[in-house]
Design a binder for this molecule. Structure first.
Ligand code: NAX
Length: 328
């Protein structure tokens, strides 16, 4: 029998945590034959709620779930971790300036990065979901100098999946007919969902759409502002779809991407496509043998170039702001 994989989830008592944990325990994160051991990290006030979720996990009698530990101590939570899902973050509250938001999150992601550095397994993979995800990932990574930088990633897969679904609806096709879609840049309103390199049944997606006004004025804003639309409709932020995207991100990172397709992941830039080295920015990536690489050699048209540059400029600003605050 296989040794269980240690999966740590932070913010485990939150709403994404609630949607995520049951799918991890039922084998969707890593595969149907991979046993998992869950570590739940919460703040002290939410430990009891996490214990309640753990009771429900017990009550599912998942064959692959070999144990659950709950803690409010980051060092304990990340000791021996193989997959770290950093979901818990400090949300922006009314009247909060960007500097306050970044500082509050620095107070979370700096110690978590240090704890990962101290105790993680050699093969650790980190996915940051908590916003501002790209910059939180950068903070954690900068405090984990002994972990290869590329193991720190942030989630743009929800944006990717949202874009797939919007495009499929527009063209009356199935999401499986669409390949090579990319989210570029920051997981924020400046992100660029790219249809010029995407394909629909072999045809360039932007050409299949053949409606630049829809692309610019409907598609891009709908994908970029979908989070706000969900809050408006549901009265709560996206949770199950975010958990689903986290599952997709890690599953593909571990098990590989499909031949002839790619996925979107925010990863440390190696300078590809003019994105400054080290920034955690979303790219088209393929995965083979558990290692991702940025799809190379794509020609970037002028319209796309301007959109990518704008989102990357925002990431540079965020990085400079956390630098100025002494967080990295
Ligand atoms: P909730 O507020 O429901 O849950 C967050 C949980 O994190 C709470 O239980 C809280 O106690 C815990 N927490 C706070 N600080 C912590 C710390 N230092 N250590 C451990 N746990 C801590 O939020 P939820 O709806 O679950 O969303 C979580 C995060 O995901 C938010 O930052 C949200 O903005 C972000 N999202 C990111 C998305 C993405 O695509 N990258 C999409 C969905 C979501 O908006």
């Amino acid at each position: 029998t296989r040794t269980p994989v240690n999966v740590t989830v932070t913010g485990a008592a939150g709403q994404i945590g609630y949607a995520l944990l049951f799918r991890i325990a039922s084998g969707h994160l890593l595969g149907p034959d991979v046993p998992v051991r869950l570590r739940l990290l919460e703040i002290p006030q939410a430990v009891k709620a996490a214990e309640g979720t753990a009771m429900e996990l017990d009550d599912c009698a998942f064959p692959l779930l070999s144990g659950i530990d709950i803690t409010d101590d980051a060092k304990t939570a990340f000791d021996g971790v193989n997959v770290a899902l950093l979901v818990g973050a400090r949300p922006r509250t009314k009247g909060m300036e960007r500097g306050d938001l970044l500082e509050a999150n620095g107070g979370i992601f700096k110690p978590q990065g240090e704890a990962i550095n101290a105790g993680a397994a050699d093969d650790v993979r980190v996915l940051v979901v908590g916003n501002p995800a790209n910059t939180n990932a950068l903070i954690a990574q900068q405090h984990a100098p002994d972990v290869p930088a590329e193991r720190f990633t942030a989630m743009t897969r929800l944006d990717h999946n949202r874009a797939l679904s919007q495009l499929a609806k527009k063209l009356g096709v199935s999401v499986t007919d669409i390949k090579k879609l990319t989210i570029w840049g920051n997981h924020s309103a400046t992100q660029y969902p790219d249809l010029f390199r995407a394909e629909v049944n072999g045809q360039v997606a932007a050409e299949a759409v053949n409606d630049q006004a829809w692309l610019e004025n409907e598609f891009i804003p709908t994908v970029a502002k979908r989070g706000a639309a969900i809050i408006e409709a549901r009265g709560a932020s996206s949770a199950a779809s975010a958990a689903n995207a986290a599952i997709d991100h890690v599953y593909d990172w571990v098990n590989g991407t499909a031949e002839g397709d790619w996925v979107s992941m925010a990863i440390p830039s190696d300078g590809s496509y003019g994105v400054p080295e080290g920034l955690i920015s979303s790219f088209p990536v393929t995965v083979t043998d558990g290692e991702y690489s940025i799809v190379q050699g794509l020609e970037i048209d002028e319209f796309s170039r301007a959109r990518i540059d704008a989102s990357v400029a925002e990431l540079v600003e965020e990085r400079d702001a956390v630098k100025a605050l002494g967080l990295i």
